[in-house]
Design a protein around this ligand. Sequence first.
Ligand code: BES
Ligand code: MN
Length: 453
Amino acid sequence: MSDLNSFKKQALDELLDLLRIPSISTLPENKADVQRAADCVEAALKTAGMTRTEQIQRGTHPLVYGEWLGAAGKPTLLLYGHYDVQPADPLEEWKSPPFEPEIRDNNIYARGATDDKGQTWILIKAVEWLMRRDGRLPVNVRFLIEGEEEVGGEAIERYVSEKPAQLKADAAVICDSEMFAPGLPSICTGLRGIVYGELLVEAAKQDLHSGVYGGAAPNPIMAIAEILCALKDKDGHILIPGVYDRVVEPAPAEKEAWASLPFNEKEYLEKEIGATAITGEPGYSVFDKTWARPTLEVHGIRGGFVGDGAKTVIPARALAKISLRLVADQRPEEVINQLKAAIAKVTPKGVKAEYKHLHGAGPSLVNPDSPFIKESALAMEEVFGKKTVYIRSGGSIPIVGLFQTHLGMPSVLMGFGLPDDNLHSPNEKFHVPNFYNGIDAVIRYMERLGANA
Ligand code: BES
Ligand code: MN
């Protein structure tokens, strides 16, 4: 295949095959699917010309590694992505089934289309194209593609903290974030961390008649509501003692740069959020609230009677899935302890409340002055024809902080998702031109690094 355009079209077809695999890392019943996705990624790395590939087990799902190190004297990039995806529910809200990718209006609709199979595919296919065209690469590459990102990335964390020689690189390149707006090349310089777990509340020895015992017996769902309201107030302030102690304000220059981003709050509220009001801490901008401030959210509450119809019962137990997003310099271990202490303090009488920790990751900031980031910004400018903007994101990519602390290398977060791509939501999509431009941008990035470094 001699021309890049038909190569990119074929790359899109191959991506659809990967998107057909329901590699939902959090569901035990999908374990074999996650393995199939790992095999598919490893095969793609072989096709791309990696001289050695390997699957590495450090947890539930394998890491996929591949390397090509034939560019003596040139920099080495660690190319990171993840092949696991979030659950697809609520299924009835998808216009086409989440694992039957469909292209409509130049968008690929599927779970994982943007996050992160499509963006991982950009890295693999950019490398494959350069290998096909030149028989070699302008830089050395090591791929490390994980299968547990959406459940906290503990396997990759274990592996990276062993500091294996085969991860030695000058910078990590990650396509797993978003552009600030369509057509606007964006580099992400900060991610939030996370502390995620379950709040389990138990009361009576069994479910009780709510008429006979109501008014006297403790209600665990009410207790969850009380506890949650005692952990965060109506203004969005987290009430956990000590939780803000390490929060670092962004530098004035960074805030000024955010203020000049093209942003319309009304449109954000109507088109992206689709509710009637923006909530959160008074006096903070949307960027502050989502990029530079911690938050506490509840993801689901289980307990009692949730079927159709009516049942008059006081449940014996209930459970809430909760998380805090952390910002620099908050530390997950410390926040877990602060959270547990706060829960113990506000638990109403008659119930037992317990926080069961599921996963955590630190926040990360990268210095935009790194030459690896500057070259990336220039490569994207060439492809998109606009000046690259520096943004942060409220999401988490657990390994980014650890690449810095354990391997001493910066992460270059060149993202090609769009704000309305519906990550983690029904009808996730990936804009096909962003897939194609992403491949061009990564190709130009490697060419530039090979020529200038
Ligand atoms: N790609 C996202 C994170 C992201 C989203 C970064 C948008 C920048 C812009 C990533 O795959 C993700 O969703 N991570 C999870 C991690 C968590 C479960 C540990 C998240 O943030 O919820
Ligand atoms: Mn995700």
